[in-house]
Ligand binder design. Structure first.
Ligand SMILES: Cc1cc2nc3c(=O)[nH]c(=O)nc-3n(C[C@H](O)[C@H](O)[C@H](O)COP(=O)(O)O)c2cc1C
Length: 260
């Protein structure tokens, strides 16, 4: 599943090697055999200063070997992806819809899907949003091809029969406890925000998520009825030149994970 090559960035991250450079490997867990890009695995050895280079080469070798999707897709979504700080290009309405059409499949508690997405397109809305941001977030948000405000629906439980038809017994628990309902909406929308960022990346774009904003002011400007609470602003587009600095350190498996 090669990504569309839009520029050098795409060609570098999503490029498939010629057939002669790939080996046919059978997955150890018995899933379908996959073409593993041997050179790509080797080139993902830790290389400080390169994009994704902070990931341990050994760990990425395991990730590529275990993947049941195209290793180039693994790179585009995870190992080679960075948070962009400057953007270029265009994001069409169809591409904006495609981001959601992928996001919606991520799991949420009771299938609740409390995330709501507001795409900011007009100059007027963009200016209103930029005013609410911390100074360091303003210029990149003013110039990003597309900006999304992610929020959660404060009445997500009110839609129970739409998202989990036939089993609404747990709804009473949320109706009786507004704080639990708000926390559950907030938490699950944050999960969906992660799916949203990976969806953006899987379509060949870069995402710039930001919490450096006055979300009370965003809610006043965009959701005055109180029906949604915003929690993240995401810039979306192709990364411009100097979109990121040196690769940042990522914690190693052995420092973070334990098996009990
Ligand atoms: C929830 C969240 C909030 C963030 N807020 C900001 C922000 O306000 N401004 C900013 O420039 N970057 C922000 N970032 C970007 C992070 O600093 C960045 O994703 C992180 O340092 C990893 O960078 P990398 O993808 O290049 O490895 C945010 C990221 C997330 C996920």
């Amino acid at each position: 599943m090669p990504l569309r090559a839009k520029n050098d960035w795409d060609q570098n991250t999503a490029r498939l090697l010629p057939r002669s450079a790939v080996a046919n490997v059978t997955q150890p867990h018995g899933k379908r055999p996959w073409l593993v890009e041997v050179a790509s695995i080797e080139s993902n050895e830790a290389t400080p200063g390169k994009r994704g280079g902070a990931a341990k080469g050994n760990a990425m070798t395991i990730a590529h070997q275990e993947a049941v999707i195209d290793p180039a897709a693994v790179d585009a979504i995870f190992a080679q992806a960075r948070t962009a700080n400057s953007f270029t290009g265009e994001v069409t309405d169809e591409q904006a819809q495609a981001i959601y059409e992928l996001t919606k499949f991520g799991p949420t508690a009771f299938n609740s899907q409390p995330l709501r997405v507001t795409y900011v397109r007009s100059d007027e809305a963009r200016a209103k949003l930029v005013d609410t941001l911390m100074p360091g977030n303003r210029a990149k948000t003013a110039s990003a091809p597309l900006v999304a405000i992610l929020s959660y629906d404060t009445d997500w439980a009110g839609q129970w029969d739409n998202f989990l038809p036939g089993y609404n017994a747990p709804k009473a628990m949320y109706d009786a406890n507004p704080e639990l309902a708000a926390a559950t909406g907030n938490n699950n929308a944050h999960l969906q925000a992660g799916y949203f960022i990976l969806a953006v990346r899987s379509l060949g774009f870069a995402a710039g998520p930001m919490t450096g904003a006055d979300f009370g002011a965003i809610d006043e400007a965009f959701f005055p009825a109180g029906d949604q609470k915003s929690f993240l602003v995401v810039n979306i587009g192709l990364p411009a030149e100097n979109a990121w600095g040196e690769a940042k350190p990522k914690f190693a498996y052995e420092d973070i994970v334990r098996t009990v």
